[in-house]
Design a protein around this ligand. Structure first.
Ligand SMILES: NC(=O)C1=CN([C@@H]2O[C@H](COP(=O)(O)OP(=O)(O)OC[C@H]3O[C@@H](n4cnc5c(N)ncnc54)[C@H](OP(=O)(O)O)[C@@H]3O)[C@@H](O)[C@H]2O)C=CC1
Ligand SMILES: O=C1O[C@H](COP(=O)(O)O)[C@@H](O)[C@H](O)[C@H]1O
Length: 510
């Protein structure tokens, strides 16, 4: 791996301590960091290197997936860390930073490979990129990369403006837009699952598939992020980025071992093929909701959204969204994709469910056997990671009866890398496969824009739902009018019964 200087804006912030330091530490333990690695943390606080290192160490104790008990390893890890005070708007701070970066490069005898990680609010992306360029930090003799956190823009126009400004300082292949869902191991495995298994590849098309459901439900509420979330809502926070990326990763068709360019082109084609939604039709296909007081898993009632600290009492911001989308291409035409995401839901669950058609009904069998459950392929990403195939089998104890059987594959490794580990590793190695390309981001905003406008103009009702539920009843009706229902929820009685009755074959992969 190439020697790297990791320059972290926002080194004193929440994301750095909860995600970035633990990810770097786990890469270090797994020997997946370059041998010559130097990190320079930036913020306005007057921290010495020692205070910075102590804060990093503390964050490992609090947030690392691995117990950070080996004090020798931790000391080795943090000795690469230095701190420099920097106010984003002060040009002279960048000159001081350049001197420190060059000093460290000389001390370590390493080339000028610089990775700038912007773990700061989006209003700072442009001034930082411009100052990197103006100060000479960006004129390296090695490579330079810019890793930026979400959100990338607030709507289509602001995203375009941001892109235009960033492109004055960084080329597109130097920009790594983080979408942490693309770092999740199950998401990264989707393409391989399909491309290397002809049995799945053959079936993943409209001829055999009834519908696809993508869910990212959370039990947490707005937490301490009211200032951010109340201006953003579920549509911008989750749907425009994470959920549409999951849709692209589910729908792309690629040969095994395809290149990054092929993958990006195919992802782009998927969003391009999404049937556009007109502002006046938004309420037909999109349900928005806001959580009210309610109890999750028998705990004391959680406050309603508008009673949360920092939220406007009359806020019309959505904390839930459910949508029906159609991909107008050769493979998926006619297959509805249902997407939903919400806060304060009954359970934490991120999953993709693919429901297969019932060939018996299709072939016009005299009467459909109502005990038959649909075949399902379920990809669970959170809280556990697994792949389940639901099939129908003869119940050996009651001859002639047909029962669903779930074949569940899960990894025996309890310590799978976290999304940030995968993504930071890739950024250091210059592999942008699992980062969002500008074309995808722009097309996603383009598709979402009429929905943003319809919400702003109040053309879509804001349905209340109780905390601890599965969202407003209208989200169920969205599917019911097509003859479907949300699958694999624990309230999914049909599925619950079938699970109770079903034979489970649990396979653990090495
Ligand atoms: N926290 C999370 O879970 C997630 C965050 N994100 C994104 O990550 C980014 C960072 O979020 P988060 O860590 O939560 O934010 P915080 O508010 O916790 O941290 C902000 C950081 O920015 C620095 N900062 C603010 N103003 C200035 C300035 N004028 N000059 C120099 N540094 C400044 C602060 O340093 P100091 O105060 O020392 O100046 C601090 O380190 C945001 O874009 C957010 O949307 C994305 C996904 C999840
Ligand atoms: O990006 C975000 O994601 C989290 C949910 O991430 P997950 O990996 O726990 O599913 C969400 O809570 C947050 O609001 C959003 O900004």
């Amino acid at each position: 791996m190439e020697p790297t200087t990791f320059i972290l804006f926002g080194a004193t912030g929440d994301l750095a301590k909860r995600k970035i330091y633990p990810a770097l530490y786990n890469l270090f333990i797994d020997q997946k960091l370059p041998e010559s690695f130097s990190l320079i943390g930036l913020g306005r606080r007057e921290w010495s290197d020692e205070t910075f290192q102590a804060n990093v160490e503390q964050s490992l104790h609090e947030f690392s997936r691995r117990e950070a008990a080996d004090s020798i390893k931790i000391k080795q890890f943090v000795q690469a860390f230095r701190f420099s005070m920097l106010d984003i708007g002060r040009k002279e701070d960048y000159e001081k930073l350049l001197q420190l970066v060059e000093k460290r490069e000389q001390e370590l005898g390493i080339p000028q490979n610089r990775l700038f990680y912007l773990s700061v609010g989006p209003e700072f992306f442009e001034p930082i990129a411009a100052n990197i360029q103006a100060s000479g930090l960006g004129s390296t003799q090695g490579w330079k990369r810019l890793v930026i956190e979400k959100p990338f823009g607030h709507d289509l126009q602001s995203a375009r403006e941001l892109q235009e400004n960033l492109s004055k300082s960084f080329m597109e292949d130097e920009v790594y837009r983080i979408d942490h869902y693309l770092g999740k191991p199950m998401v990264q495995g989707l393409e391989t699952l399909r491309a290397t298994n002809p049995v799945l590849q053959a079936l993943l098309k409209n001829r055999y598939i009834s519908n696809v459901q993508i869910t990212a439900n959370e039990t947490v509420g707005v937490e301490e992020r009211a200032g951010y979330y109340d201006h953003v809502g579920a549509l911008r926070d989750m749907f425009q980025n994470h959920m549409l990326q999951l849709l692209m990763m589910t729908a792309i068709q690629l040969p095994h071992d395809s290149t990054i360019d092929q993958m990006r082109e195919k992802k782009k084609q998927v969003v391009k093929a999404l049937e556009p939604i007109r502002k006046q039709d938004v309420s037909l296909n999109i349900i928005r909701g806001q959580y009210q007081e309610g109890s999750i898993k028998g705990l004391p009632p959680a406050a309603g959204y508008t009673s949360e600290p920092g939220i406007a009492p009359d806020s019309m911001n959505e904390t839930f969204i459910a949508a029906k989308l159609q991909i107008e291409d050769y493979f998926w035409k006619g297959v509805p994709f249902y997407i939903r995401t919400g806060k304060r839901m009954k359970e934490k669950s991120t999953r993709i469910v693919i429901e297969f058609k019932d060939p018996l009904t299709q072939l016009g069998a005299a009467s459909k056997d109502s005990s038959l459950q649909p075949n399902l392929l379920v990809i669970e990403m959170s809280p556990d990671e697994s792949i389940t195939l639901q099939l129908n089998m003869n119940d050996p104890q009651h001859k002639g009866e047909i029962k669903p059987a779930n074949i569940e594959l899960h990894s025996s490794r309890a310590d799978l890398p976290e999304a940030y580990e995968n993504l930071i590793y890739d950024a250091i190695n210059g592999d942008a496969t699992y980062f969002a390309h500008w074309d995808e981001v722009e097309l996603s905003w383009q598709w979402v824009q009429p929905i943003l406008e319809a919400f702003e103009e109040n053309l879509v009702p804001l349905y209340p739902y109780a905390a601890g539920s599965y969202g407003p009843a209208e989200a169920d009706e969205l599917l019911a009018k097509d003859g479907h229902h949300w699958l694999f929820d624990s309230k999914d009685e049909q599925n619950k019964e079938s699970k109770q009755d079903s034979t489970a074959y649990s396979l653990v992969t090495p």
